[in-house]
Write a protein that binds this ligand. Structure first.
Ligand code: BDR
Ligand code: CA
Length: 312
């Protein structure tokens, strides 16, 4: 079983992943931490509060986090993918709950101090909260069980530029710190999430089993899948953020390699993730290739979707 802090910018696929988290009896949700990304921070936080409330899970703390990138000017939000509200433009009542007093980075530091070695950080948005937590407490990597990041791309190419994936592109400086820190880290990037396709009939099945929360997810999918159908020519969508949880629960469905990750922070390739594999030899000495990170390069996408269906 796992104790998880879920760092998120909900977001349609984030919302699905939150629903999976809440459905999994094997996972203790220590808290949700929010970040700007798919939507501005106020909207992301409101969605985290709303989604937990719809599931009757007011017990889950929600901590508000990063409002902007560490260094760069923010990019426009992708309203054409997730809607202005992050949930496919729905009219929904505002949540009654409020976020906790500490901000996301503080919450991460405090929770891991209380429970050293026990907590897994699953991060499915831009990485500013983790970068801020590292800044608050440089010893954080020693207290975390593992960091699982949905983000980046090694061979697949990008989804916002030819080389950059959205979460890394949104705050490349934060990503460089997080992917380069000394914690055990797994990257679940586009190389595997683009191989995982949730077809419309399976979306419906998943949503119909989840009551009011499922209705909200179904409406958000109706919007989100239009983007995938236009942009990628597939029927259905890629449940990126759920793949990070799939890796946590079923790493055997993934093929991965080890190595050192680097992030390009500036210029035309900003947001690109580069991997120096530990099973290759390189001549240029600037490229360390110790096996710091585990990077997923292959997946049984069909089995991931089946796992989602079974859990829900
Ligand atoms: C990632 O970017 C966001 O749009 C999704 O929620 C996911 O976390 C995919 O590139
Ligand atoms: Ca996300």
């Amino acid at each position: 079983s796992y104790s998880v802090i879920f760092d998120t910018d909900p977001g349609v696929d984030d919302a699905q992943a939150i629903a999976l988290l809440m459905a999994d009896p094997d996972i203790e949700i220590v808290g949700l931490t929010t970040t700007f990304g798919n939507v501005p921070i106020d909207v992301a936080t409101r969605n985290a509060l709303l989604l937990t409330e719809l599931a009757g899970r007011e017990d889950i703390p929600v901590a508000r986090g990063a409002a902007a990138p560490m260094v760069k000017q923010p990019h426009p939000v992708p309203a054409h993918i997730h809607g202005e509200d992050g949930l496919g433009n729905q009219v929904l009542a505002e949540p009654q709950r409020a976020p906790i007093d500490s901000d996301a980075a503080r919450f991460i530091v405090d929770s891991t101090r209380e429970r050293p070695g026990e907590i897994t950080l699953v991060c499915v948005g831009p990485l500013g909260n983790l970068a801020a937590a590292l800044q608050l407490d440089p010893e954080l990597p020693e207290r975390v069980a593992r960091v699982v990041v949905m983000g980046g791309s090694i061979h697949e190419g990008g989804n916002v530029t030819p080389v950059a994936e959205a979460n890394i592109f949104s705050d490349p400086h934060a990503a460089a710190r997080v992917l380069g820190a000394s914690w055990p880290l797994t990257m679940v990037g586009l190389d595997v999430t683009h191989e995982t396709v949730l077809a419309p009939d399976r979306m419906e099945r998943i949503c119909s089993a989840q009551g009011r929360l499922g209705e909200v997810l179904a409406a958000s999918y109706a919007f989100y899948r239009q983007f995938y159908e236009q942009a990628r020519g597939i029927e259905g969508c890629c449940p990126h953020d759920s793949c990070a949880l799939a890796w946590l629960k079923h790493p055997e469905l993934f093929q991965s390699v080890h190595g050192r990750l680097n992030v390009i922070t500036d210029g035309l390739a900003e947001g690109q993730t580069l991997l120096a594999r530990s099973d290759r030899q390189y001549i240029d000495r600037r490229w360390q290739n110790d096996s710091r990170a585990e990077v997923c390069l292959g997946v049984d996408g069909e089995a991931v979707v089946t796992w989602m269906e079974q859990l829900l």
